[in-house]
Design a protein around this ligand. Structure first.
Ligand code: RIB
Ligand code: CA
Length: 317
């Protein structure tokens, strides 16, 4: 039976790749997308997800409005670096014009809790934006959330530096308190951080293969990822490609054997220059009830093979 999956996204370009990876995987039944602020405003994240779902032939999957700002602020503005990497619209200035459906009225948090109640251990939540919706769900009803099978997050950095500060990765830095609450909640969390995502890179040679497929979806994905690669050529020229952050988290939720994990009780530093750093929780280093694990190594060739096969199949005529 396919695992039920919720994607919690701040829908930028690699979030759109996460959607494609999930839809291209027969092991997954994508039951809904919940929206976060981050790469874009939350309302824009909803529209982007709806348009991507439409483009990929799945317009009926519901998209839920989630948090518009962090748990410690009252509003949110998109950072210039996010707009540079993902475009003003979050999807590489694709200007998708397909009509998008009416927004569903149930909130992201209520949907997450309802799904945990209904599917329990069969449910995976993959979160690739700030951890705010999960933190709000924890605050609202942790016992129900604890019925979930697994939570896989794209966020954090344990063995490498950050990408928005020397210490902090972008998703964690948007709401460090939310991430800290998640790590200390007792929920089963696998952290897919920069430690592994910066080892999974996609190039213009790869997008040319998509473009050659000739479908509207393949052309849109090639255009979108070329935009993302162009931004990486400016911000991280040494990588010679773009990092497949968010789809790797989906892949790990489906097949944990793609990575090597290190069990560690985690915390997020919330004070001073290291605010947003994900690191071991000194107070619980010997606590045997470890529910959090950090991915420290990835089988890059096998992941890239799966990535190309699954998304290539989805984009093909
Ligand atoms: O640091 C990378 C993460 O930040 C990715 O999830 C990207 O989409 C942005 O949200
Ligand atoms: Ca993201």
């Amino acid at each position: 039976m396919a695992q039920k999956m919720i994607l919690d996204l701040d829908t930028g370009i690699d979030d759109a790749l996460a959607i494609a990876y999930a839809l291209g995987s027969s092991e997954v039944d994508l039951i809904g997308i919940t929206s976060e602020y981050g790469n874009v405003l939350t309302e824009r994240s909803v529209v982007n997800s709806q348009q991507i779902l439409h483009l990929l032939g799945h317009p009926d999957i519901p998209v839920y409005l989630g948090a518009g700002h962090s748990t410690t602020t009252n509003d949110f503005s998109v950072l210039p670096i996010s707009a540079e990497i993902h475009g003003q619209d979050g999807v590489g200035e694709l200007h998708l014009t397909e009509p998008h459906p009416e927004m569903v009225t149930e909130s992201a948090v209520d949907f997450i809790l309802r799904a945990c109640q209904e599917y329990g251990a069969d449910l995976s939540i993959v979160a690739t934006g700030p951890m705010t919706n999960l933190a709000l769900a924890i605050q609202k009803d942790l016992p129900t959330l604890k019925k979930v099978g697994q939570i896989v997050i794209m966020g954090g950095a344990l063995t490498v530096g950050g990408n928005v500060s020397p210490f902090a990765e972008a998703n964690i830095s948007q709401d460090p308190e939310a991430a800290d609450l998640l790590f200390k909640s007792g929920l089963p969390v696998t952290m897919v951080g920069l430690d592994v995502t910066l080892r999974t890179l996609f190039t213009r040679t790869d997008t040319a293969e998509w473009r050659a497929l000739g479908t509207p979806a393949a052309t849109a994905y090639a255009d979108m990822v070329d935009y993302y690669i162009k931004a990486y050529e400016v911000t991280s020229p040494h990588l010679h490609g773009c990092a497949l952050h968010d789809p790797l988290a989906v892949a790990v939720a489906i097949d944990p054997s793609l990575v090597t994990t290190f069990p560690l009780n985690l915390k997020t530093e919330i004070e001073g220059p290291s605010r947003g750093r994900t690191i071991g929780n000194n107070a619980r280093l010997d606590d045997p009830t470890t529910r959090t694990a950090v991915c420290v190594q990835v089988d890059t060739p096998r992941f890239l093979t799966e990535f190309k096969a699954r998304i290539g199949h989805l984009l093909a005529p």
